[in-house]
Design a protein around this ligand. Structure first.
Ligand code: EPZ
Length: 425
């Protein structure tokens, strides 16, 4: 097991580049199952979750080849409709093959994706949509089996604008006969990127990015090439890192529109954010941030995937802040670890009250989930003394060598194996 050792107090300066979006890459790789032939997907981040999704596709008979930041999938021959339990168990997003498998082969048999640290993560809305399209769904022994000779277009209302459910239903509907209307659909940029990939395969998806999707089914799709959008959550994480360390950072490869709530909240905290016309954003901060209130919401609201990182920011603010998590029921696992570094945070149901402190102190902390881990790294960048972050595999699920990007911008951070820790500290 590896750990990150961070000596805090170094401002970040210089330039970093954001990679392709993990949460766009995963559904797009799954969507390549919809067409026989070879699709290629570029600017895919090199992450454990991408490895898992590629493993799922290989287990179904697709031929997957990888280069550092690209994935090619030849889905000519689908020899199985049942990905192995251990892969589905490893990553909830594996469930995104349900829609494409059903559309392409008429069958899919997938283990129920378990919950995870941030919540129970049900899939009722995915199943509601697939059933509306005519799939017969049986559940038992921890498995879900879906069958449909051919799916038929339908009207689907999502009780919650679920990103995954919107994506699974969209990928099933593109080969259904007739028109599908998805109401209260998720509007996230990653949903739009998936729709763009599907349309480049010959699908007819309209309204992506709004809360009403219209999909006119076609009889077949062609493989396609696609460049994934930049990862807005990685970009936001790097923006917070620059703000917390009172540095000045140019962050390349961003889409300003996708960062609106993050830019707005950083400006409220007193951070200078300059959107440049060359696809980069410049972040500068010279004083303690002001306290700010945040409420996570589905896009275009403030993203839940940046809640933990902003909690690290507000823990060193000059005032008090309230952060309300409305998307997941248990996404405050980072609070107790931040408190061990001196943060003053009280939780009351879905709300966390943060009293900003003049500083944090280094400690041994443990990642509990992907974004909580990122928040602990950010806290370590400003804490006095040394912070040792363990269970770093959580961070590696969503960030490609985060410590290398931060070190290149001036942070004192390095990755060592746990056995080397005694020598290193
Ligand atoms: C996607 O997860 C992202 N993952 C998550 O990012 C992100 O936090 C989330 O969307 C919200 O933006 C990927 O895209 C791979 P949801 P997803 O379905 O699709 C409830 C990260 O850190 N719900 O929009 O699983 C659910 O319980 C990860 O990169 C149902 O009730 O999220 C949750 O409370 C973490 N029934 C809420 O909706 C359903 O059938 C949001 O879930 C589906 C979801």
């Amino acid at each position: 097991m590896e750990v990150l050792i961070i000596r805090g107090g170094k401002p970040l300066n210089g330039e970093v580049r954001v990679g392709g979006a993990k949460n766009a890459s995963l559904p797009i790789i799954a969507a390549s199952l919809l067409a026989p032939g070879s699709s290629s997907i570029e600017d895919v981040p090199h992450l454990n979750d991408i490895d898992t999704m590629c493993g799922v596709l290989s287990s179904l008979g697709a031929k997957v080849s990888r280069s550092p930041n690209a994935v090619a999938v030849d889905a000519s021959d689908i020899s199985s409709v049942e990905p192995p339990y251990e892969l589905v168990r490893a990553m909830r997003a594996s469930f995104l093959v349900m829609g494409p498998l059903l559309a392409r082969t008429g069958r899919a048999r997938i283990s129920l994706p378990g919950g995870c640290a941030i919540g129970s993560r049900p899939i009722d809305l995915h199943l509601k949509g697939l059933a509306a399209l005519g799939a017969e769904i049986d559940m038992g022994y921890g498995q879900i089996e879906a069958r449909a000779a051919r799916l038929t277009g339908a009207r689907v209302y999502l009780d919650f604008p679920s990103v995954g459910a919107t994506e699974n239903i969209m990928m099933a509907a593109v080969l259904a006969s007739g028109m599908t209307l998805v109401e209260n659909a998720a509007e996230e940029p990653e949903v739009v990127d998936l729709a763009n990939f599907l349309n480049s395969m010959g699908a007819r998806v309209r309204g992506a990015g709004t809360n009403i999707l219209r999909i006119d089914g076609v009889t077949e799709l062609e493989p396609a090439c696609h460049m994934v959008i930049p990862d807005r959550i990685e970009a936001g994480t790097l923006m917070v890192a620059a703000a917390m360390t009172r540095g000045s950072l140019v962050i390349d490869n961003v889409v300003d529109e996708h960062l609106k709530p993050i830019t707005a909240k950083l400006r409220e905290a007193g951070v200078s954010v300059e959107e440049r016309d060359d696809g980069s954003i410049y972040v500068e901060m010279r004083q303690r941030p002001a306290g700010i209130d945040i409420k996570t919401m589905p896009y275009p609201g403030f993203p839940t995937d940046l809640q933990a990182q902003f909690m690290a920011l507000t823990s060193i603010s000059s005032g008090s802040s309230v952060i309300t998590e409305t998307v997941f029921e248990n996404r405050f696992m980072h609070v107790s670890e931040l408190a061990r570094m001196g943060a003053s945070i009280k939780i009351d149901g879905r709300a966390a009250m943060i009293e900003g402190q003049p500083g944090l102190s280094g400690a041994q902390v443990r990642c509990t989930d992907l974004r909580a881990g990122a928040a602990l790294v950010l806290a370590g960048l400003v804490a006095s003394g040394e912070t040792v972050v363990s269970d770093v595999y959580h961070v590696d699920r969503g960030y490609e060598r985060l410590e290398e990007k931060l070190a290149r911008a001036g942070a004192d951070i390095r990755r060592v194996t746990e056995s080397e820790v005694e020598k290193a500290v």
